[in-house]
Structure formats: C-alpha cells, structure tokens
Design a protein around this ligand. Sequence first.
Ligand SMILES: C[S@@+](CC[C@H](N)C(=O)[O-])C[C@H]1O[C@@H](n2cnc3c(N)ncnc32)[C@H](O)[C@@H]1O
Length: 283
Amino acid sequence: MSVWTAWLEVPAADRASREQALEHLAEKGFVVTSREVTRDGPWRIEIFGEGDRTAVAAAIGAGWQWEELPDRDWVAENQRSFQPFAVGPFWVHPSHDAGSMPADLLPLRIDAGMAFGTGTHATTRGCLELLATLDRAETANAVDVGCGSGILAIAMAKLWQRPVIGGDNDAEAVDVARENAVLNGVGDLCRFVHAIGLRHDELQALSPCDLVVANILAGPLMELSESFSAAVRPGGRALLSGLLLEQAEDILSVYRRWGFTLERHIDLETGGAIWRTLLLRRD
Ligand SMILES: C[S@@+](CC[C@H](N)C(=O)[O-])C[C@H]1O[C@@H](n2cnc3c(N)ncnc32)[C@H](O)[C@@H]1O
C-alpha cells in the first residue's frame, strides 16, 4: 500500500478546536507528523496516510474546515529547518551542516530527500535512543522494516559494525537510504531492498534474526505482528515505533499474543503529540 504525506491548512482556530481536529484525524487513521502554528494566521499540519491519497477529502470529512495545500518544495524547506542535534550516542546532521559535533558522539549524516527520517521526529529519536541500550553481542543480524532515509539501519551498522538489511515499500526511499549509507561510510555494511514488510528473499533469509526494527504506522505494525513473531528468534527483540501514546496499549496486546513481552519504552514529543517507542523481547 502506498504511503504519502499531505499538508493541510486549517483556518486560525483556538487551542481547543485544534485539539479536536487532531483527535478527529487520529480517529480517521491519519498520523500528524508535523505542525506549524502561527499566532494569528492559519494552522498548517502535515498528515501521513496510507492508500488512496485522493480519498483524503472524503475521509477527513466536512466536520472542520481545511484545505489541501499545493505542493511546495517541502524537501528543501525541511532540509533547511533540519539542524544538527544529539540523540543517545549519535550526532544527527544534514550533509550541508555538520555543526559542532561533540567528540564522543557517532555522526549520522542524513539527506532525507523525499524519504521520511531526518531523525528529528520523536519516533525516530525513540528508536535511536533504545537501539543504544542494546549490545553488539545480541544484535548479530538486524532488519529495519520501513527504512525511509535509512537512518536506523545506518545507526545500527555504525553502532555495532555489523551488516544490516533495510526494506521499504517506497522505491525512492530505498535509493535515498543507499545514498545515505555511502555518505556515512557504511555502504558495505548496509543493504536496502524494495519490500513490503518482510516479504523479500533477503529479509526472509535472515530469519530467525536477533532484531526487527520498524518505525511505521500502527496499522502496518498490527498486520506485521505475526511475521515479526516468526522472524525473531526466542530472546530476540522487536523495536516498534510510529505509535501515538494512545495506540501503544492495543499494539502491545497484539504483540503479547504473538509471544512478545515489553522490555522498555520511551515517550517523546513532536509538535505537541506524544509518540511511544516499544522495545519488546520474544519469549
Ligand atoms: C515513519 S517512516 C520511518 C523511516 C525511518 N525508519 C525512521 O525511523 O525515521 C516509515 C517508512 O516505512 C515505509 N513503510 C510503511 N509501511 C510499510 C510496509 N508495510 N512495508 C515496508 N515499508 C513500509 C514508508 O514508506 C516509510 O518510508
């Protein structure tokens, strides 16, 4: 299923109606990935959806006023607003600006282009922080499902100096991830394939693996629970993100049924929404 983002512009509204609009979008299955609030002007939000983009108007409904914005060079704008920052043991920065990296951090040089994953989003940061709690000895083979810019696979390759395979259902993201791996000097450790979930020979060949990482939406995470359970060895782990705080309990109960136990979680905020990242252990 295709995944897309669209920017919506909502006329100036008070905080309560904005919160109501966000709840409405969440109920309709849209994930808000970014927001821009101005004091008096309109409110701009970016939503992340799956499937037929043209159905967005019908799906959102007429309950509140909004308008889909014409495409602008969002990539260039995002890239401009992407400043170097530290997360866990990593220093994440765009290739045009390395910033002042502390000597003890590992650089992740990311040009996300049209792919998701500059690292600034709470879901990606949550994964980077929890990855850093794992040992090299317990992560001999790892898979990154929904690699986007490749940031998580690249982080794993750099952290543990081991081969990692990433997959994405968006062919453009796969190209971006490959370029980023080369930019980071781990082109030989990272492989990226065009795949839905784990449906690819190279991903299947790793099974049973030590770690499956997936920062995707709650819907795909539910659908993939059975295949993740089959792919992860007993004692291995699944690192799941892309969940709003209120979606986490449902995901957890599904994964419990497939033999996973919660080991750790982390809650981080992006644009006013709290995102929960789950580190699960396979029984
Ligand atoms: C939220 S982005 C995460 C990107 C990156 N891993 C990060 O953490 O920043 C989700 C990515 O998953 C991909 N995706 C969504 N559903 C998928 C599926 N069922 N199989 C493979 N990729 C999927 C999307 O194309 C997108 O690139």
